[in-house]
Ligand binder design. Structure first.
Ligand code: SAM
Length: 232
């Protein structure tokens, strides 16, 4: 899989994409992540990528030219499954969306800044708009890093044990059960005995029960959905 990220602030993406699992996905050669500095596509003397908003008002707007030129050069090289714009008014990112995108070959992700991007880019280039939640960030870089991480860890071969992703929260509409590690007794707080029993069937059943219990308690909306699906 290849992910191209278009940004006016490449340095913001350096750390989140060059550590841990996202870094491993690249060193294993499974995922290629390429960052593009939109200033390199500016035709202005100052390499500027923003301008005043038509109609006035506070805040600058990202100019269409550098974004269009960058997308054009990428699309000359390969076909993209999606050209994504990170934006608070997009579809909220969830696990099914991450699963779906992890099966794609080429994705491009555009990070906005200032008041956002010129609407014509949204109309004529963007195929998918993604929000990471109902709040406003200063720029799309952190949101793009969140989306990239959520996708990349699901790409086959990235995690050492692929079943790990399958047992995470939301994969089956359930939250994950509690987890413990050594020591079995920490400050007199004991690990549930069942986890030390070696009885795989009983442990599996316990985890399932705890996942259901936790979902019912913390996310009744998900719990009701599972029950609805079971009744259907
Ligand atoms: N004026 C825009 C609005 O009210 O919808 C907000 C612009 S925001 C200050 C600048 C950029 O940050 C956006 O263009 C977008 O790329 C990114 N951004 C902010 N919040 C986001 C969110 N919740 N999800 C995804 N991207 C976000």
């Amino acid at each position: 899989m290849r992910i191209d990220i278009l940004t006016g602030l490449p340095s913001l993406l350096a750390s989140p994409l060059n550590d841990s699992i996202v870094k491993r996905s690249q060193s294993k050669g499974i995922v290629e992540i390429v960052i593009h500095d939109l200033r390199d596509y500016s035709l202005q003397n100052q390499r500027s990528i923003d301008d005043y908003a038509y109609g006035g008002g506070a805040g600058m707007v990202m100019s269409p030219e550098p974004i269009a030129r960058c997308f054009d050069s990428l699309m000359d090289e390969r076909e993209y499954d999606e050209l994504i714009y990170m934006t608070p008014d997009g579809t909220t990112l969830n696990q099914p969306m991450a699963n779906h995108l992890s099966l794609k070959t080429n994705l491009a992700i555009l990070c906005g800044h200032y008041k956002g991007i010129d609407e014509r880019i949204r109309q004529h280039y963007i195929t998918k708009e993604v929000s990471i939640g109902d709040y406003v960030l200063s720029g799309g870089e952190i949101a793009a890093a969140v989306l990239t991480d959520a996708i990349v860890r699901l790409v086959p071969g990235v995690l050492n044990d692929e079943t790990s992703a399958l047992t995470d929260s939301f994969q089956d509409d359930l939250l994950a059960p509690p987890v413990y590690t050594r020591p079995a007794n920490f400050r007199d707080w004991e690990v549930p005995k069942i986890l030390l029993s070696g009885n795989e069937g009983a442990i599996e059943k316990w985890r399932e029960e705890k996942a259901i219990e936790r979902t019912k308690e913390r996310r009744p909306d998900l719990y009701d959905r599972i029950r609805g699906n079971e009744e259907d």
